[in-house]
Each structure stands twice: as C-alpha cells, then as structure tokens.
Design a protein around this ligand. Structure first.
Ligand code: FA5
Length: 345
C-alpha cells in the first residue's frame, strides 16, 4: 500500500502548483523514465499469473488518478496565466482617442496631383519596372555601348544578373509605352530612379523623375514641346505662368535636345519661383524623339514626337522653398508636418 500513500502525497503536492513547468518537473519525478511509479511497473516482470494481473490493475488505477490530477492542475495553471495576462494588458477604453492622423508626404501629394491632371487631359498614366534591362535603359534609347552613363560609377548594376540594373531614368518607360500602344500616344510616367550620385543638397542616389511623351503621325514641332513644358511647369507650381530657359543640350534619344531651367529668386534665404528672379535651377531635359528610338520601338509610320524628363524633387524644392533635398527624405516630423500642411491648403 506504500505506493498509494506516495501517490496521494504527490497529488496533494501537485494541487499546490500553479506553474506549468513546475508541474512538468514533478510529473517526470513520478511518471518519467526513472519515476517512482515507472519503477513499480518494472517490478511486474518478476511476477506471474494472477499476481501480475492484479498488481498491474492496481498500478494502472494509481497512474490514472495521478494523470487526472496533473491534467486538471495544468488546466488551472493555464487559466491563471491567461487571467494574469488579461489583467496586465487591460486596455482602458475610456481613455481619450489619439486624434493625430497622418498625411501625405509632399512628394506623394505632388505625384497624385500631376497624375490626376494629366489623366484628365487624356494622357496614359504608366509605370515601368525599377529593375530594368540594359536594353530599355540604354540600347533602345540610342545610348551607345561606350557611353559614360553606362559605367558602374553612374549606374547601379544588379550583381550576378547580366544586363540588369536599377533604372537611371524614367525614359525607359517611353520605350515600353511605344512598343505596346498605337499612335497617337500621350503618356506620363512618374517613378523612382537610381544613380551612383553622392548625396548633397541637390543630389540623391534615389530620386523621382516625371517622364512625358507625346507621339503622333501628324507633325509635332519644338514649339509644341516648349508650350507643353511651360504649361507643365506652371501647373506643377500652381502659377499662371513661369519663366523657363531652354539651353541646347544633348541626349542620345532626342534630337534636338535641350535642358530646361526655371527662373527663381532667393527671399530671406528661401528659394521662390519668380519670373523676374536672377537665378536659374535645372529641372530636366527634353527634346524631339530621335528617329532611332522610333526604329527600336518598331514604329515606321512617319512618327513625330517630343519627350521630357524632370526631377520631381527639384520641382518640389522650388515650389515649397526647400533648400536641401535631404529634408524630403528625413523623418523629422516637424518638417514633414510643416510641408504637408502647406500642400493641403
Ligand atoms: C535624364 O534623365 C533624361 N532621361 C531626361 C530626358 C527625358 C531628356 C526625355 C530628354 C527627353 P538628366 O540626367 O539631366 O536627364 O536628369 C533629369 C533631371 O533629373 C535633372 O535635370 C534633375 O532635375 C534630376 N536629377 C538628376 N540627377 C539627380 C539626382 N542625383 N538627385 C536629384 N535629382 C536629379
């Protein structure tokens, strides 16, 4: 009868434990490989006949009692742990609500504003992949194999993937657009581009470009392009008109090509769009689509077209009087709130 008394003492001890790992430890002492009851079961091997059967029944009855007590205590311990957790994590629903809502970042705000406006004017709003192939980023844009822009000091190539890179310009979306869509075609594409540029007040290794493309079988000339650019910049700056300077330039995918600067002035240290200002900031490039680009896109129906590509950050900096491009990517809530409140007014 000794084992019954030990089992009873064990059950009473278990009932005092409220911690599952402590219960498990005690359980192993009684029912484990070298536990008290397991040793008793081992003794059965030396018994025979009726003795073995009756002793076996007695030990199994004790085992069932002990197991029931353990399982019951585990249930109690689990419930106690849950109650404790609920009490500790209790949420006071009578506390006042945090009424601070987020707002759009000014870059996102301006991207949406431009897309909505140009969509309303019948432009296709297109996206392209940020991980591009050399074909779309360079070859189809008539950029020769030896061009310096292809060097890794300017372009981030994807390691172990031949001919694959982070696009350096949104002009690759022009190619995708012309390959897919019939003429006439007007499109806008806005997205991130990447260049191996040193971060400073006006340069970032990741920035956004806005690409515009208009292609038709009817004649389009450089006057149309200059008009479209003036309207575009005035719309972005939300002013009636702007003073732009068109500087002859070179892009392999446009001929003739130009760079577009906007006139501004500095007031109290801040830049401000001003038709009569005395400084110029480069916003982007533009030109008439090069015939080779049409060929790469399989367009052979006497097409005419113009394209432009502007840096979104430069436009936004000029519009909001921001002197340093880095403040657009900072997580300083005071700056972010300040500019987003200007944008939403
Ligand atoms: C281009 O990227 C041409 N794809 C633009 C173009 C499109 C020309 C269609 C003709 C026809 P560019 O390298 O100059 O051009 O860059 C365009 C603009 O992006 C710059 O004028 C500038 O506003 C902006 N930009 C360039 N590099 C950076 C940079 N590191 N950080 C921020 N903005 C930049």
């Amino acid at each position: 009868m000794e084992i019954e008394a030990t089992a009873l003492a064990f059950i009473n001890a278990i009932k005092k434990l409220n911690n599952i790992s402590e219960i498990d430890l005690e359980k192993s002492k009684f029912l484990g490989k070298s536990g008290i009851l397991t040793k008793e079961f081992k003794k059965l091997s030396v018994l025979d006949g009726e003795n073995k059967i009756s002793e076996g029944k007695r030990l199994n009855a004790i085992k069932n009692q002990v197991e029931d007590a353990i399982n019951n205590q585990i249930k109690i311990a689990k419930q106690l742990a849950l109650n404790k957790k609920l009490k500790e994590e209790n949420v006071d629903i009578t506390l006042p609500v945090n009424k601070e809502f987020g707002s759009l970042h000014i870059l996102s705000y301006e991207i949406r504003r431009i897309k909505e406006e140009y969509k309303a004017h019948g432009f296709l709003i297109l996206d392209g992949p940020e991980v591009e192939t050399e074909f779309f980023n360079f070859d189809a844009l008539n950029i020769p194999k030896y061009h310096p822009a292809r060097q890794s000091q300017d372009t981030f190539y994807i390691k172990d993937f031949q001919d694959t890179l982070l696009r350096t310009q949104t002009s690759c979306v022009q190619i995708r657009a012309m390959q897919k869509n019939a003429l006439p075609l007007s499109m806008i594409s806005i997205g991130k581009v990447y260049r191996n540029d040193q971060l400073d007040a006006t340069h970032s290794p990741m920035f956004h470009q806005i690409e515009g493309l208009v292609v038709d079988n009817k004649p389009i000339n450089i006057g149309n392009l200059k008009d479209a650019l003036s309207k575009f910049v005035a719309f972005v700056f939300d002013v009636d008109s702007v003073s732009l300077r068109f500087r002859p330039s070179f892009f392999p995918f446009t001929e003739p090509s130009m760079e577009v600067d906007c006139c501004y002035s500095r007031e109290n240290g801040n830049i401000k769009i001003n038709k009569d200002g005395n400084s110029w900031l480069e916003l982007g490039g533009a030109g008439m689509v090069h015939p080779n680009v049409f060929k790469y896109c399989g367009i052979d129906t006497e097409p005419y077209g113009f394209a432009f590509g502007f840096g979104l950050e430069r436009l936004v900096m000029l519009k909001y009087g921001i002197n340093d491009i880095r403040s657009l990517y900072d997580t300083d809530m005071r700056i972010l709130k300040h500019y987003s409140s200007i944008a939403s007014n």
